[in-house]
Design a protein around this ligand. Structure first.
Ligand code: GZL
Length: 320
């Protein structure tokens, strides 16, 4: 993930200037870069870590004047937040789009106002791709494929699974499903059920309880599209008198500390990382965009997979 040399040099010069001006790294003109950041909400542990990473990186000390709006899980709030940033005339807008659709009008307003948009985390409808300059995030298709790869490597053909899906219409859920379905196809894995658990712990617990009610002992394995839904499912599986990780094996995505802890305890069986620590890269892209430098269309974070042994090795110092 590299930005153009000119942009990096520009950033370095700005940082140097800022350093001389009393620990605030302003831009070349000596002023702060005003950034409006519209976040989806606080639906999961991953989201909380993502918000901390961006707020720390887009700090005053780093040369930014940050306006942060938590959209409380409602797209209408997120659209209103972007519109308010346009009205205020911020220098750059950072958007974590809750779902892929519905962004054309408000992002077109930003374009007409001459305000560049950078996406962080999820993506938007490809037909609107001209309305943002760059996306900083993770490869959701790869994550879904890695979850499926673990299943076909460790489960017999005919294994019966259920899926806890992320927020309907979000690129994270759509692309994880696309990656999972592509890899799992043709291996005789039977998908009994799949339902939106909203990426929340409560949603995972509620939907898993309903799956157990409906399918009972038929369920042999769970794929949860994020850790928090998987952690909620552990509660439901335990309440049903079954042993999570043994009676029902579980693979999740995110790589949060709580999930790695459950992995070591044997209540989860595999965790695919989705790195939330996107702040430093978002800050460098915003700085480059503000300096008029060219940036890549996307910057994809490196993700890895964890089994219990790998989790044990990192847990003591794991950052989120
Ligand atoms: C993925 C992100 C997803 C996480 C969830 O990048 O959009 O949203 O997997 C979070 O935990 O709520």
């Amino acid at each position: 993930m590299t930005i153009t040399r000119r942009a990096m040099l520009g950033g370095a010069l700005a940082l140097a200037a800022g350093g001389l001006a009393g620990c605030t790294a302003a831009d070349a003109s000596g002023s702060l870069i005003s950034v409006g950041f519209a976040q989806t909400g606080a639906e999961s542990t991953w989201r909380a870590a993502n918000t901390v990473s961006l707020r720390n990186a887009l700090s005053r000390r780093n040369g930014f004047d940050l306006m942060f709006i938590d959209s409380q899980g409602r797209q209408e709030n997120e659209i209103a937040a972007v519109r308010s940033f346009v009205t205020r005339g911020v220098d750059v807008i950072v958007l974590a789009p809750m779902v892929e659709s519905g962004w054309h009008d408000v992002l077109d307003e930003a374009r007409r106002a001459g305000i560049p948009v950078v996406l962080e985390d999820r993506g938007i409808d490809p037909s609107d791709s001209s309305l943002y300059l760059s996306r900083v995030g993770d490869d959701f298709r790869r994550e879904g494929g890695l979850a499926a790869k673990w299943i076909i490597e460790t489960a017999e053909p005919g294994t019966r699974i259920v899926e806890l899906l992320g927020t309907t219409g979000s690129s994270a859920a759509l692309d994880r499903s696309a990656g999972f379905d592509r890899v799992i196809a043709g291996h005789g894995i039977r998908i009994l059920d799949a339902q939106d658990g909203g990426f929340t712990r409560a949603g995972g617990k509620e939907v898993m309880a309903a799956f157990l009610e409906k399918h009972g002992d038929d369920i042999q394995l769970l794929f949860a599209q994020n850790d928090d839904m998987g952690l909620g499912a552990i509660e439901a599986i335990t309440a049903a008198g079954l042993e999570p990780g043994r009676d029902i094996r579980i693979v999740t995505i995110d790589g949060t500390r709580d999930a790695l802890t459950e992995l070591v305890a044997g209540r989860l069986n595999q965790v695919v990382q989705c790195n939330p620590m996107l702040g430093p890269r978002v800050a460098s892209v915003v700085r480059a965009v503000h300096a008029g430098a060219t940036v890549q269309r996307q910057y994809i974070a490196a993700d890895r997979v964890f089994d219990a042994k790998a989790a044990k090795g990192v847990l003591a110092t794991w950052p989120y």
